[in-house]
Design a protein around this ligand. Sequence first.
Ligand code: ZN
Length: 74
Amino acid sequence: MTYDYARDHEHELSAEYLYASDAEVLGIYDSDDALQVDVAVICPECSETLRLEATVDKVTSSGTELPLDEDYYD
Ligand SMILES: [Zn+2]
């Protein structure tokens, strides 16, 4: 994989190659009328750290406690 490829490609992401245990929340904030959560993940193709900007559309009880332990991800 060349440097140019890593720089130019569009980081098309698939959940198949993304792992919650590798992600970190960068921030949670109000954006217009919605709550926004930004998450850092590693691009599976080029290993660049990417910022996912997600809008929260539902809030429910998680059924777990923070911090999550390793078993949560199995
Ligand atoms: Zn990439």
